[in-house]
Design a protein around this ligand. Structure first.
Ligand code: FAD
Ligand code: 2HG
Ligand code: ZN
Length: 481
C-alpha cells in the first residue's frame, strides 16, 4: 500500500486553472502538455509504488528556454513544481506530494559533444544513463557511474541525487566527475556553469550545490562529465564467505592485492540471495549445493586480460587457502558475468515482489556495518526477513526489511531505532539515495542544527517562494517562522 504522509499542503501554493494550461499550451509544443489520466497516473506514483501524488499536469520541455519559461511562470503564479527524471528514485523525491506540476526533461536527450582526447562528455540532462554508456562504448569511453536502474534513470536524475552505484569504489562520486552543469532556477534564471575544465578555482564552486540537491534548488538541463577510458579486460568473481569479518578482510586484501584493477566490491547476505533465488525467474545459484552466509562480487578492469585474470585467480587461490572464502568462481564469459550481476542488481526487484519493504540506505564504518542487520533481525524475530547487502567497498549498507504485508508494529520496531543507531555510530542515514520525502524530517540524524539552518537559508535565497520540489529534503519546520 502507499505511505500516508502527515504533511499539510502548503497553502501559499496556487491551484492550476485553465489560464495556466492555456499559457503552457502557448509556449510548449503539441503533445508536451500532458493531462492524460494514464500518463499522469504513472507519473504520480514512484517506482516502489509507495508514494502517490495527485498532479493534474505533466510538462515535457524540449529545451532550456522552455524550462526557463515554465519555471518563471510557475514562480510568478506560485505553482509548485516537482522535477522528474526516470522516476527510479527510492525515497519518494520524484513524485508530487499533492498537486505539484511535474516537469520532466526526458525529451532533452541530445548528446552535445565528446572531447575524444580528454573524455569529457556534454549532454542534455534527459539522456538515459544506459544510452550514454552505449554511445561512449563506441568511442572507447565509459560512464563513471553504473547502477541497476541504468535502463531508465536519466543523467539529470543521477546528478540530482548524486547517485553512487556499482563503480563508485573505482571512479568516485559525481562531485568529482561532474565538471559542469547548466541549471534553471525557480525564477527562470539560466545558470551557465557548463564548464569542461578539470581545474577551475575561481570562486565558489556552485555546481556542487545542485549535485545531490534532489530538485529542490532548480532543474538541471545540461551536464558536462569526465568519462574514464573503457578498458579492454573485465573479470568478475563470485565468492562465498562464512562470516562478516572474512568479508572485511577480503576487502582489505582486494585493495592491496588487486590494487589498480579493482573496479567493484559488492556484497550480499544469505537472506538477500535466498530472496533473489525465490522471486526472480531464471536466476541460478552459482554454488547450488547450499546457501552460504555471505557472497562477495569482485570485479576487476584493466588493460591486459591474461595479466588481470591471473591476478584475480591468484587472489582467489590465496583467499581460499587463507580460509577467507569457502567457495569461489570466476565468470567464464560475458553471459556468466551478467548472470552474476543479475543476482546483485536484482535484489531491489526481488524485494518488491516479496511484499512490503522497509528500505534503508546507510553509510557506516565498515567494521560496524553488518551489526545493525544482526540487531535488527533479533529485534524483529521471525516476523520479518532482514536483508543486508550493498557497496561494501564504499561502506554503504542497503538494509531492507521484508514482510508479507505492511505492518505498523514492525515499522514501530524499526524507526526511530535504525536512525538512532546510525547517528550513534556517526553514520549517514542516506548514503546514496537521498532524503526525498521519506527522510526530509530525519535530516538531523546526520546533520547538525547549524548546518541544516544554512541549508534552509540557501534554499530561501535560491527559491524564495519554495516552489521547487516542496516537502522534500529539508524538514517542513524550516518554513514556519
Ligand atoms: P528520479 O527518480 O526521477 O528523481 C530523483 C530525484 O532527482 C528527485 O528528487 C527529482 O525531483 C530529482 N530530479 C530528477 N531529474 C532532475 C533534473 N533534471 N533536475 C533537477 N532535479 C531532478 N541509486 C544509487 O545511488 N545507487 C544505486 O546503485 C542505485 N540502484 C538502483 C537500482 C534500482 C533497481 C532502482 C529502482 C533504483 C536505484 N537507485 C540507485 C536509485 C535511483 O535510481 C537513483 O537515485 C537515480 O539516480 C535516479 O534517477 P532518475 O532519473 O530516475 O531520477
Ligand atoms: C542498489 O545498490 C541500489 O542495488 C538499491 O542502491 C538498493 O533497493 C535498495 O535498497
Ligand atoms: Zn546502492
Amino acid at each position: 500500500g502507499s505511505t500516508t504522509i502527515n504533511i499539510q499542503r502548503n497553502p501559499s501554493f496556487s491551484m492550476i486553472n485553465s489560464d495556466d494550461i492555456n499559457y503552457f499550451r502557448d509556449i510548449l509544443d503539441d503533445n508536451t502538455v500532458i493531462q492524460d489520466e494514464d500518463r499522469l497516473s504513472s507519473a504520480n506514483i514512484d517506482w516502489m509504488r509507495k508514494y502517490k501524488g495527485s498532479s493534474k499536469l505533466l510538462l515535457l520541455p524540449k529545451d532550456t528556454d522552455e524550462v526557463s519559461k515554465i519555471l518563471r511562470y510557475c514562480n510568478s503564479r506560485r505553482l509548485a513544481v516537482v522535477p522528474q527524471g526516470g522516476n527510479t528514485g527510492l525515497v519518494g523525491g520524484s513524485v508530487p506530494v499533492y498537486d505539484e506540476v511535474i516537469v520532466n526533461v526526458g525529451l532533452m536527450n541530445k548528446i552535445i559533444s565528446l572531447d575524444k582526447v580528454s573524455g569529457i562528455l556534454k549532454c542534455e540532462a534527459g539522456c538515459i544513463l544506459q544510452n550514454l554508456d552505449s554511445f561512449l562504448a563506441n568511442e572507447c569511453y565509459l560512464m563513471p557511474i553504473d547502477l541497476g536502474a541504468k535502463g531508465s534513470c536519466q543523467i539529470g536524475g543521477n546528478v540530482s541525487t548524486n547517485a553512487g552505484g556499482l563503480h563508485f569504489v573505482r571512479y568516485g562520486s559525481l562531485h568529482g566527475n561532474v565538471l559542469g552543469l547548466e541549471v534553471v532556477l525557480a525564477d527562470g534564471t539560466v545558470l551557465d556553469m557548463l564548464g569542461s575544465l578539470r581545474k577551475d578555482n575561481t570562486g565558489y564552486d556552485l555546481k556542487h550545490l545542485f549535485i545531490g540537491s534532489e530538485g529542490t534548488l532548480g532543474i538541471i538541463t545540461k551536464v558536462s562529465i569526465l568519462t574514464p577510458a573503457r578498458l579492454s579486460s573485465t573479470n568478475l568473481a563470485f565468492l562465498a564467505c562464512e562470516d562478516y569479518s572474512s568479508c572485511q578482510e577480503l576487502l582489505l586484501k582486494a585493495k592491496r592485492g588487486l590494487g589498480e584493477v579493482l573496479s567493484a566490491f559488492e556484497f550480499l547476505d544469505t537472506n538477500s540471495m535466498d530472496l533473489v533465488l525465490d522471486k526472480l525467474e531464471g536466476v541460478r545459484n552459482p554454488f547450488p549445493s547450499s546457501l552460504h552466509k555471505f557472497y562477495v562480487l569482485i570485479e576487476t578492469t584493466g588493460t591486459d586480460d591474461s595479466y588481470d585474470r591471473a591476478k584475480l585467480e591468484t587472489f582467489l587461490v590465496n583467499s581460499m587457502e587463507g580460509g577467507l572464502i569457502s567457495d569461489g568462481v570466476i565468470a567464464q564469459d560475458i553471459n556468466q558475468a551478467s548472470s552474476f550481476w543479475r543476482i546483485r542488481e536484482g535484489i531491489t526487484e526481488a524485494l518488491m515482489k516479496a511484499g512490503a519493504v522497509y528500505k534503508y540506505d546507510l553509510s557506516l564504518p565498515v567494521e560496524k556495518l553488518y551489526d545493525i542487520v544482526v540487531e535488527m533481525q533479533l529485534r524483529l524475530g521471525s516476523s520479518a526477513k532482514v536483508c543486508g547487502y550493498g557497496h561494501l567497498g564504499d561502506g554503504n549498507l542497503h538494509l531492507n526489511i521484508s514482510t508479507p504485508n505492511y505492518d505498523d508494529n514492525v515499522f514501530a520496531q524499526i524507526e526511530p531505532f535504525v536512525y538512532e543507531w546510525t547517528a550513534e555510530h556517526r553514520g549517514s542515514i542516506s548514503a546514496e539515495h537521498g532524503l526525498g520525502l521519506m527522510k526530509a524530517d530525519k535530516i538531523h540524524y546526520s546533520k547538525s542544527t547549524e548546518t541544516v539552518r544554512l541549508m534552509a537559508s540557501i534554499k530561501k535565497l535560491v527559491d524564495p517562494n519554495g516552489i521547487m520540489n516542496p516537502y522534500k529534503v529539508l524538514p517542513q519546520s524550516i518554513y514556519s517562522p
